[in-house]
Write a protein that binds this ligand. Structure first.
Ligand code: AMP
Ligand code: ZN
Length: 483
């Protein structure tokens, strides 16, 4: 292990191995993660990279110092899906001239970005250091930071891009080692490509850097006419703007390896003449719901917002930290099956941890070494959680005098990991339903079942109190949170 790595090892998709993580500059560790395209609520799959890389951000801050990590997560606010959404939601106003298309697009992207921020904050995620918006990096900037048009010009100037049929395309054949990340070679890509559709391309794998916009579409003036950027170029510009030509870590979901990340690498390396864009490429596995790929047509498509605020998943709302724990119980590189059972398991675990952590008056300053070691092994969150469960056991069994060190350590670790160690949260409607059910059982003299309902609530931290209404004399049940 090298000292500079601080013991951190990360799996690198580029080399397909777990490596010591040695930052280029330990006083400024630099990470870029592809962020959301803001046209609709973020779904629960989108939450996975946000949560996973939040844990890595926290760990890097712990290892290198809070002010020594720069985490950039962009917002994609230019995309044809956004235009379509603006036309769908504001078509009438646009047609009547009450709203310009650009104004409608701005409304869609701002509303969606605000919702995304609320969602991920509820999931316990810290804000990234910078959150650039793609539209602010299309044209050359007053502050001289990297922008897409200048990058495309460099690519053309260096012989890596060409203009054809109103598009600027990246010339994949100009980069001998194109395809390193996804380990696809150009021949394979050509075999499967639809040549006829892409007749203007030199090679079927060539991809769009710039395309022309019709007067109805959003566009920017450029040397190639009024148009808009392709998807990949925005991340090359925004990462260069804040992290430089070569930086430490680049992340996102598995589906981004090809073509998005492969093409980011091609653009950045060829524009800057560097041998890598980022040293470590990290990808989270995919999330399924109840054993099936999440899709609107299957009716198992859930937004983060729905899980937090409605009862569409499992008939109840789920607290943000339960979703967070459920997401992290599986190693980030594995596929994850999101299910009601998993959420219930996370909720039970979290409740036990919180009760034990509550035996300490406050978190301490010392993060348990075992937790740091577990996370430093390519974010082995499940191993870190085993440590928390052990600490919870020790904290609960503690009968000595003085400080309950295990409880303090547990509280420190929970805070560090982004779990809300405040009050146990319960869903009022769920409690009310259970109370009504119990009263029915009591009326039917089904004492065993009535007690079962009472005990289940108690296990969730809800204690029932039976009393009588002073006026009607009827049985009334109140409840309070008991830890
Ligand atoms: P998108 O808005 O589709 O570009 O996705 C934003 C981020 O969410 C990317 O990092 C994707 O790789 C990731 N992502 C999308 N769907 C899933 C899923 N079902 N499971 C895990 N990650 C996903
Ligand atoms: Zn990207």
């Amino acid at each position: 292990m090298s000292d500079a790595s601080q013991g951190l090892r990360l799996y690198n998709t580029l080399t397909r191995t777990k490596e010591d993580f040695v930052p280029i500059d330990p006083r400024n560790v630099r990470m870029y993660v592809c962020g959301p395209t803001v046209y609709d609520f973020a779904h629960i799959g989108n939450a996975r990279p946000v949560i996973v890389f939040d844990v890595l951000f926290r760990l890097l801050r712990h290892l290198h110092g809070e002010t020594h990590v720069t985490y950039v997560r962009n917002i994609t606010d230019v995309d044809d899906k956004i235009n379509a959404r603006a036309l769908r939601d504001f078509g009438g106003e646009i047609a009547s001239g009450a709203l310009s298309l650009n104004e409608a697009i701005r409304r869609v992207t701002e509303k969606t970005a605000d919702q995304f921020h609320r969602d991920v904050a509820t999931l316990g995620c810290l804000e990234p250091t910078v959150e650039p918006r793609a539209t602010e990096f299309v044209e050359p900037r007053a502050d001289g930071k990297a922008d897409m048009i200048t990058l495309i010009q460099s690519l053309i100037g260096r012989g890596h891009a060409y203009v054809a049929a109103g598009e600027v395309l990246f010339d994949t054949a100009s980069m001998p080692d194109y395809g390193q990340l996804s380990r696809r070679n150009l021949d394979e890509q050509q075999a499967g490509a639809r040549i006829a559709v892409d007749a203007h391309k030199k090679n079927p794998g060539d991809f769009v850097l710039w395309k022309l916009s019709s007067p109805e579409e959003p566009g920017w003036q450029s040397p190639w006419g009024r148009g808009r950027p392709g998807w990949h170029i925005e991340c090359s510009a925004m990462s260069a703007a804040y992290l430089g030509e070569v930086f430490d870590i680049h992340g996102g979901g598995l589906d981004l390896i090809f073509p998005h990340h492969e093409n980011e690498i091609a653009q950045s390396r060829c524009a800057h003449g560097t041998s890598v864009m980022a040293n470590v490429w990290m990808h989270n596995g995919f999330l399924q719901v109840e054993g099936q790929k999440m899709s609107k047509s299957l009716g198992n498509f859930y937004s983060i917002h729905e899980l937090l605020e409605t009862d569409t998943f499992g008939g109840r709302k789920w607290p943000g930290d339960v979703l967070r724990l459920a997401m992290l119980m599986t190693h980030y590189r594995e596929p994850i099956d999101f299910s009601v059972r998993k959420l219930e398991e996370a909720e039970n675990t979290l409740r036990k941890w919180k009760r034990a952590a509550d035996l300490a008056p406050a978190a301490g300053s010392q993060l348990p070494v075992e937790v740091v070691e577990a996370l430093s092994d390519d974010l082995a969150t499940y191993a870190a959680f085993q440590q928390l469960t052990q600490l919870a056991g020790e904290a609960t069994d503690f009968d000595g005098s003085g400080d309950n060190a295990a409880a303090v350590a547990l509280k420190t670790a929970l805070t560090f990991l982004g779990f809300d160690i405040g009050a146990i949260k319960v869903d009022d409607t769920v409690v009310a339903k259970a109370i009504a059910e119990r009263l029915t059982l009591i009326a039917a003299k089904n004492w065993t079942e009535a007690d079962r309902v009472r005990d289940e609530l108690l296990a969730q931290g809800v204690q029932l109190k039976d009393g009588k209404d002073p006026v009607t004399g009827e049985r009334v049940t109140t409840w309070e949170i008991k830890r």
